[in-house]
Write a new protein. Structure first.
Length: 489
């Protein structure tokens, strides 16, 4: 079943997955802090990504470049001149809006009573555009659209007085001291990719890599989004997991397809995001970033509409050529067999870690009716996410906290299992309430230590999804995790 965003966000806040950023000072709009369970979830998603795309790949090596970079990087990459969004101000209130987002909201309303084909026909007739992606339209087309369909300010629903559409650079500007009374402008990086490109030569000179090979990096990026919105989906500070994959010129089409397959497999078979809610979307020609010859996005059907989780771009030799021009450092690779020298072409799969965290929460949230023998019909909130991604793997629950013998065994089990698994000890409340609490935070297995444990070293393991309970030896708990299908189905 689909749940609205408010329901999921309220659960995520209640269950310590996220906190509003700077909360005690009344929040900094759309900044979020990850709470304890959100932090664990982030680590599990990141670990799974790192294992899949770096640890298990002999052709990919990791890097961790600095966030602050020489400003010439951004001149060379084109971000200083091109990395912008179209915006308008409402002259009546001074508020600023991203035009493409306002238009998308109106198109979303059209969808309530028109098919996609009907909408495109209407847009063609009225504005000479043949798609519903305003990012690819000209400023004139966007202006004509808002003049016709957006007469009111979306925040206060009063008549708006729009300025012309202008470009707004998304990079966060800051200042660095050069001398005691003189500063230089620098920028917080808007993508992690450039840290990889500027280190390409270092890697070539030190790592004996052979094409095709990739460099992976995870880190914070910053974009001064005009209208951050929808929870963690569009924030100003977020994390990316990026790979620049270097291939022979002209061979990028082949690797592009391969990367699409690998990325799809990670989303659907490692993170287990619902396949029905995922799709690829090719960028329209006019929508492509300044560096791209072709981009496909992996999109998820969020409660509000499809949104991008990841971009896979054919960046050809744009970045390395630009850095060669601006730094005068030779970025050529020499083929060890033929001696042929060339600037490699690049495929860039770029995942949003922050969006992956939001998607995991939204995709797994469920409310389920079940019959409790004592209380009849009940509803439980249960997050059905794959055990590998669950923040806590085992909840360790002594039946009665007053009985020290039970607590001692619980402590021992905790110490043993926590060498490999994130576990949580909980001795408060009755056991049913403790199960419910663990259901809400994803925990796949609850382990109850009771008086029989003292006799025969067995414990009750309760499975989150089926709610079935089995009795197993303490020494078999690891096997329950590894081979849970054998025990519960
Ligand atoms: P969008 O079109 O949604 O603004 P983008 O195409 O500009 O995204 P990319 O530059 O391709 O995004 O960045 C790669 C990934 O980084 C995106 O797929 C997304 O998951 C993530 N990302 C980009 N901007 C943000 C943001 N403001 N907040 C959270 N994640 C983001």
């Amino acid at each position: 079943m689909d749940y609205n965003l408010e329901t999921v966000v309220s659960w995520a806040k209640r269950k310590w997955f996220v906190y509003p950023g700077s909360d005690i000072y009344g929040w900094l709009a759309n900044a979020w802090d990850l709470g304890p369970y959100g932090t664990m979830l982030r680590k599990n998603i990141l670990d799974s990504w790192y294992q899949t795309f770096t640890q298990r790949r002999s052709d990919i090596i990791p890097l961790d470049a600095a966030i602050l970079m020489n400003v010439k990087t951004w001149e060379a990459s084109g971000h200083l001149s091109n990395f912008s969004d179209p915006l308008v101000d409402d002259k009546n209130t001074g508020e600023r809006f991203r035009v493409d987002k306002i238009i998308e909201d109106v198109i979303e309303k059209f969808r309530k009573n028109k098919s996609e084909e009907e909408i495109i026909n209407q847009l063609k007739e009225e504005f000479w555009v043949d798609n519903t992606v305003p990012e690819s339209w000209t400023f004139e087309q966007m202006k004509a659209f808002i003049e016709k369909y957006v007469s009111k300010n979306p925040n206060n629903w009063k008549e708006a007085n729009w300025t012309d559409i202008r470009k707004f650079n998304l990079m966060f500007k800051t200042f660095q001291w050069v001398t005691e009374d003189n500063t230089a402008t620098i920028y917080l990086r808007p993508e992690t990719a450039q840290g990889i490109f500027v280190n390409f030569k270092n890697i070539l000179d030190t790592m004996r890599v052979k094409i095709p090979f990739g460099i992976s990096q995870v880190g914070k990026s910053f974009r001064n989004e005009i209208t951050p919105w929808n929870f963690l989906f569009r924030v100003r500070e977020f994390e990316q997991m990026e790979i620049e994959y270097f291939v022979e010129p002209e061979k990028d089409a082949f690797y592009f397809e391969r990367w699409k397959e690998d990325c799809w497999a990670w989303w659907t078979e490692t993170l287990w995001i619902n396949k029905e809610k995922l799709r690829f979307r090719d960028h329209e020609e006019d929508e492509l970033s300044h560096y791209s010859k072709g981009t496909t996005d992996v999109e998820y059907k969020f409660p509000w509409w499809w949104g991008e989780l990841q971009g896979i771009a054919r960046r050809w030799d744009y970045d390395l050529t630009q850095h060669q021009k601006h730094s005068l450092v030779n970025m050529q690779y020499t083929d060890p067999k033929t001696g042929h020298r060339f600037i490699p072409w690049v495929i860039e799969p770029s995942w949003g870690l922050t969006r992956a965290i939001a998607t995991a929460m939204i995709d797994s949230y469920d409310e389920e009716k079940y019959t409790d023998p004592k209380w009849n019909e009940q509803t439980r909130i249960v997050s059905r996410f794959h055990k590998n991604i669950a923040p806590i793997k085992f909840a360790i629950l002594p039946l009665m906290e007053k009985k020290q013998e039970l607590v001692d065994i619980a402590d021992k089990i905790f110490l043993d299992l926590s060498k490999e698994f994130m576990c949580e000890y909980d001795g408060k409340w009755n056991i049913g309430k403790r199960y419910r609490r663990q259901d809400e935070i994803w925990t796949p297995f609850c382990v109850t230590i009771d008086f029989d444990t003292l006799e025969d070293n067995t414990v009750t393991v309760r499975d989150r999804d089926s709610m079935n309970q089995i009795r197993v030896k303490i020494k078999d708990l690891r096997d329950v995790y590894e081979n849970s299908e054998k025990y519960f189905n």
